[in-house]
Design a protein around this ligand. Structure first.
Ligand SMILES: Nc1ncnc2c1ncn2[C@@H]1O[C@H](COP(=O)(O)OP(=O)(O)OP(=O)(O)O)[C@@H](O)[C@H]1O
Length: 298
């Protein structure tokens, strides 16, 4: 059974169709990067996976069951803007993540449970390279360190799925490289399935095992809200080939090495009355330049 399966998935906000015709499977251990013009629904898709937004039509299944209507410990998320508590130390922030998850009513753990949480938090912070900064406050950290802290928080409950919404968008190039290495190491060591939004195509192809391009296939200039985005391209990268070959029987590597699939929106018939544009052209332009995903690609 696939980890994630979507069939005829749609998401609407009132009259606005944000996502439509989403048919896809994702296997455990994949690293999906999501690209597309601003406002095309990438964050909305992550929110559906997280459970903070519900599906409007069709289905979105996790392990064959509808995704629960609230975030669970099996899914962690990191946003571009640092989502840490400013009044707590680095260590306090990560312990708080554990407390909120394990004692949602009081937000507090006591005695042996708190000591366990502290040991676990120190371990998570060591994994992201923040052991030297346990007593610092967020305002004393660099942008890269704050994102390491947000990742440690997201990993505290040992999620199977990590959702990253432009996590490195605000960081300098040198720091981004370090963060890439960190996230690839965590992906492998913790056998995570990752969905990561980025506007940087180079980053998308370097990190992901599959790159998904979100775009509209159907556009009605008279009713711009009538049609939503779908996945127009599902592109396996070099990493997916490396992953598949390293996971051949006898290689000693974990995971299935399998890849899911997408029925791209571009494959699907489009009614004649709808004004069409050509996503294939715009995407290849963006891919060739290898730069940011710009508005002109929408
Ligand atoms: N809670 C909401 N209520 C109403 N409309 C919303 C809501 N959340 C998102 N939208 C709309 O859904 C559309 C898609 O937004 P979304 O944030 O998913 O796009 P995105 O591809 O992640 O954009 P960006 O790359 O700029 O972050 C936008 O038009 C946005 O205004």
């Amino acid at each position: 059974m696939s980890l994630i399966h979507a069939k005829g998935l749609e998401k609407h906000y009132g009259e606005q169709v944000v996502l439509e015709r989403m048919n896809l499977t994702v296997e455990a251990g994949e690293f999906i990067t999501l690209v597309g013009a601003s406002g095309c629904g990438k964050t909305t898709f992550l929110k559906l996976l997280l459970g903070t937004e519900g599906v409007s039509r069709g289905e979105l299944l996790l392990d064959g069951k509808p995704i629960p209507a609230e975030p669970g410990p099996d899914r962690g998320i990191v946003f571009q803007k640092y989502s840490v508590f400013p009044h707590l130390t680095v260590l306090g922030n990560v312990i708080m993540a554990e407390e909120l998850a394990r004692a949602p009513l009081t937000g507090k753990l006591f005695g042996a449970k708190r000591r366990e949480a502290r040991v676990a938090a120190e371990k998570r912070l060591a994994e992201v390279g923040l052991s030297h900064a346990l007593d610092k406050y967020p305002h004393e950290l660099s942008g890269g360190m704050q994102q390491r802290l947000a990742i440690a928080q997201a990993l505290m409950m040992k999620p199977r799925i990590l959702l990253l919404d432009e996590p490195f968008g605000a960081l300098d190039p040198g720091i981004r490289k370090d963060m890439h290495q960190l996230i690839l190491r965590l992906w492998e060591e913790q056998q995570l399935t990752i969905f990561m939004i980025t506007h940087d195509l180079k980053e998308a192809f370097e990190l992901g095992s599959r790159v998904w391009v979100f775009d509209k296939v159907r556009v009605d200039p008279q009713a711009p809200q009538a049609y939503g985005s779908t996945i127009t391209y599902d592109l396996p990268t070099e990493r997916s080939k490396a992953r598949a070959s390293s996971q051949q029987p006898g290689s000693g590597q974990p995971g299935s090495g399998q890849q899911g699939s997408v029925q791209t929106g571009a494959d699907q018939p489009t009614p004649k009355h709808e004004a069409l544009k050509t996503p294939a052209h715009s995407v290849s332009q963006a891919t060739l330049t290898g730069g940011q995903f710009n508005e002109h690609t929408a």
